[in-house]
Write a protein that binds this ligand. Sequence first.
Ligand SMILES: *Cc1c(COP(=O)(O)O)cnc(C)c1O
Length: 372
Amino acid sequence: MSRATHALIHLDALRHNLDCVRQRAARARVMAVVKADGYGHGLERVAHALAGADAFGVAALEDAQRLRDAGFAQRIVLLSGFDESDDLPLLRRLGADTVVHHPSQLAMLAQAGPGPRIRCWLKLDSGMHRLGLPLRDAAAAYARLRELPAVDPEIVLMTHFARSDEFDEGATAEQIAAFAQACAGLPAPRSLANSAAVLGWPDAHADWVRPGGALYGISVVAGRSGSDFGLRPAMSLGTRLIAVNGFAAGEAIGYGGSFVCPRPMRIGVAAIGYGDGYPRHVASGTPVLVDGASAAIIGRVSMDLMCIDITDLPKADVGSAVLLWGPGLPVERIAAAAGTIGYELTCSITRRVRFIESVSIDDHAEHRVAAR
Ligand SMILES: *Cc1c(COP(=O)(O)O)cnc(C)c1O
């Protein structure tokens, strides 16, 4: 029998979350960010569920190629832009949009030969200080792009936030104001908002929003999970117990003997570990659900297995379902225990985990096994 470890992808949740974004940013068009294999959920699968989006955002030209190969005709935006002039023929063939964030890209576009016009998103640095042209160059760079024969004259002006997940922090309001001032008078659509800004900064919605995490039901807002905003988790990471054993007080469990039973305990062994992408460094006590009831990981997570305290769950036994994250156990909670954010956890699921698609979140009969 194949290993029980699986990632169930809730297609309905993806669609629901897109609807939520549309309700919150009703006047904006939506670029669904599907980089990093759809935040680990599977690029093509996610794109099919989110086919109602107005555009897709990817990080790599290969992802744009995959989306076109799968038949998607939507706008696809290369969020980090192209790296070299050799990328331009493929960009044109794919009909993908590119972000332009650096003078070197302007120079390459100026040298581009004849061919279809390329749609550009001019990225300005309003305070994050990662990618983007300085705000003072906004008008000049816009004018320069407009006059290049290789560039489509409809250019979107964009910027990215550093701290939009901190709703009571002034930095985002400052970025919004600085961007507005730098772009004043330029007759172009604007795009500022990532997920956290869709949720918490309505002034930033503008013409295009660019949610990623929110579409997968994940919040990056400290102390709040996606469900606090009406979002539904798009991934359930699950497995089963493959052994249940009893131990006396004083016996040590697992590698390093780091957990010593304080009382007689029943320990369930679940078929999942860091080889599947579950973080190894979570502390004893990190929650899981066993047949829907709360339980806790004890000892060290190993490569293929982890130990779970089921002393107080007398009905739990070999074969019991174990949920590592998903509905009822937000991935944000596990991320907090692992000192990271939910995005990193869903992106880290490894290839040996079986992906299953669930059409309806309520109807577990409709699962179908999907190739990765
Ligand atoms: C990844 C990314 C997003 C999406 O961010 P989320 O926090 O997942 O919503 C938006 N814009 C840009 C430029 C990005 O790189």
